[in-house]
Design a protein around this ligand. Structure first.
Ligand SMILES: Nc1ncnc2c1ncn2[C@@H]1O[C@H](COP(=O)(O)OP(=O)(O)OP(=O)(O)O)[C@@H](O)[C@H]1O
Ligand SMILES: [Mg+2]
Length: 506
């Protein structure tokens, strides 16, 4: 019997003849946690989809040995039966179904006679969520009632409900806060102690360093290195990932800020389900020309609700007075908001960011199509030139603008959404978790772009759960907690601890 739980040998996966994986070897022992690292588009998710038979045996080359035996799985059902459980990078929840129904999808508990055993499932669902210290979720409500961070935890709970020998976590923490990530890492440690192996994929390299025993780095579909974590640190992982040293993570530029251009007054949002409950409670703030304003806070603090209300995109009832250049504007719908000079890059690119049926280029020009109208036709050449320009500017990795947007890696989809909103040339750009799932190199490019835009006079609001990023980028930081403004700090001598304690204060 082999020492290894899993061996993948010489894995090659092509899309339309173009190799995304070029002969990758990887081996995992029981109880071992592998950190799979690489830039956006390196092939991490593809490799894990090969392993979990999202791409079935026969659609790739190479060999998978599971507990020493060849594994020729035809579907994710086969791999789940073997004990390979994957948490996908893109959430797979069904928004209209309840939390419980999602947790048990395909795995339902039934009563004799075949009817669903809802009481038992609800009880188990509550238990699973309690393990993740998620106390404010009502398991009988539809999943769509909950925000990105909660949905991510629900997805994790769904995986924990299955019997895993190998748990694959593909960017599990991109919308979790530090406290939630700590809980997740604790759970993984407990699973490891029981002999469960993990593959952990995250662009938050601190987490990778904290939890993983071994780091596998891939670049452009090729294996670069397999190294025990004990011989590495975060900087050396970055060097292996990008193929060069990165001294500086935040390209901060000193700028002089202009006059106040934007004001939000008395923003209040009411809960979609419990209309008497406020998710955002009377928040007011102002923004100056060229300023980058960070908004920090824990999940559920009301940050996403606040910015979507400013942009007319809050799903429930909300009130907001929005002022631009000293005049009150109507931003009660996203279209009106864009016309008035605002742009929002939403947190959840799958639901609100990309149009899955369109190609990369069409997604980018979607918001400004009118600009290419020549009489009754579209000027395709001008459109394509703009698309190529945006692709270059953001270093968006795609073989062609005509590929389906869904064929891009997660981080590159994020860049496409950013490109789209930048084309509207807004006065105020609102970014909700702009670097979520984006690799270190690409993050640097996005920050550089933010500084460029700010020095051209754009005012930028950035909601981010990564405190290091907020401190690295923002001129000023608002801290929210339970729907209220808990602090407004100029970013001078500010620390993560100060932001956290403001977020937690009562
Ligand atoms: N369905 C598909 N059709 C065509 N190309 C694809 C498809 N899925 C992935 N690719 C390509 O394969 C390469 C690897 O993508 P993958 O999603 O595995 O990257 P990743 O390492 O997970 O990146 P990220 O960190 O952004 O999630 C990319 O160049 C991507 O465009
Ligand atoms: Mg991926």
């Amino acid at each position: 019997m082999s020492d290894y739980l899993l061996e993948m040998k010489g894995i090659v996966k092509r899309f339309d003849g173009v190799p995304a994986l070029n002969g990758i070897d990887i081996a995992i022992r029981p109880g071992e946690c592998i950190g799979l690292c690489g830039e956006n588009g390196a092939g991490k998710s593809t490799l894990m989809k090969v392993l979990s038979a999202v791409y079935p045996h026969g659609s790739w080359e190479g060999e998978i040995l599971w507990q020493g035996q060849p594994l020729e799985a035809r579907s994710i059902r086969d791999t789940e039966a073997a004990g390979i459980i994957i948490i996908h990078q893109e959430l797979m929840l069904v928004p209209e179904l309840s939390v419980t129904e999602n947790l048990f999808l395909g795995n339902e508990l039934t009563l004799p006679g075949g009817r669903m055993n809802y009481p038992a499932m609800n009880r188990r669902a509550e238990q699973l969520l309690a393990e993740l210290q998620l106390s404010d979720v009502n398991v009988v409500l539809p999943v769509m009632n909950y925000g990105g961070g909660h949905q991510q935890l629900i997805e994790i709970a769904k995986a924990l409900n299955k019997q895993a020998k190998l748990l694959i976590l593909d960017e599990p923490s991109s919308s979790l806060t530090a406290a939630e990530i700590a809980v997740l890492l604790e759970i993984i440690r407990a699973l490891k102690a029981k002999g469960v192996a993990c593959v952990y994929i995250s662009h938050k390299l601190d987490e990778v360093a904290a939890i993983c025993d071994t780091i596998v780095v891939i670049r452009d579909g090729a294996h670069i290195a397999t190294t025990p974590m004990a011989q590495l640190d975060v900087n050396r992982i970055i060097t292996q990932m990008v193929g060069r040293d990165m001294q500086q993570l935040y390209p901060k530029q000193e700028r002089t800020l202009g006059e106040v251009v934007f004001e939000a007054r008395h923003v209040t949002c009411f809960d979609v389900d419990k209309p008497q409950r406020k998710r955002v409670d009377d928040v007011s703030f102002a923004l100056r020309k060229g300023e980058i304003l960070g908004i920090a806070g824990l999940v559920g603090a009301g940050r996403t609700e606040l910015v979507s209300a400013l942009f007319g995109a809050y799903p429930g009832r909300s009130q907001a007075e929005v002022w631009l250049h000293g005049a009150r504007i109507d931003s009660s719908t996203p279209l009106k908001a864009i016309r008035a000079g605002l742009a929002l890059v939403p947190e959840d690119r799958k639901q609100h960011g990309i149009v899955r049926d369109l190609d990369v280029g069409q997604n980018i020009t979607l918001s400004v199509l009118a600009r290419f109208a020549r009489f009754s036709r579209l000027d395709r050449e001008a459109e394509l030139a703009t698309v190529r320009d945006q692709i270059g500017r953001l270093a968006l990795k795609t073989a062609s603008p005509f590929l389906p947007i869904t064929s891009l890696s997660g981080g590159n989809q994020q860049k496409a959404v950013l490109a789209k909103m930048l084309l509207t040339r807004p006065d105020v750009l609102i970014l909700d978790e702009p670097t979520r799932g984006v690799d270190v190199g690409a993050k640097y490019e996005i920050y550089k772009l933010m500084f460029e835009l700010a020095s051209e006079g754009m005012a930028i609001i950035m909601v981010s759960s990564e405190l290091a990023e907020v401190l690295g980028i923002a001129d000023r930081v608002l801290v929210m907690g339970e729907g209220r403004l808990r602090g407004d700090f100029p970013n001078r001598d500010l620390t993560q601890e100060m932001l956290l304690s403001a977020a937690l204060e009562h």
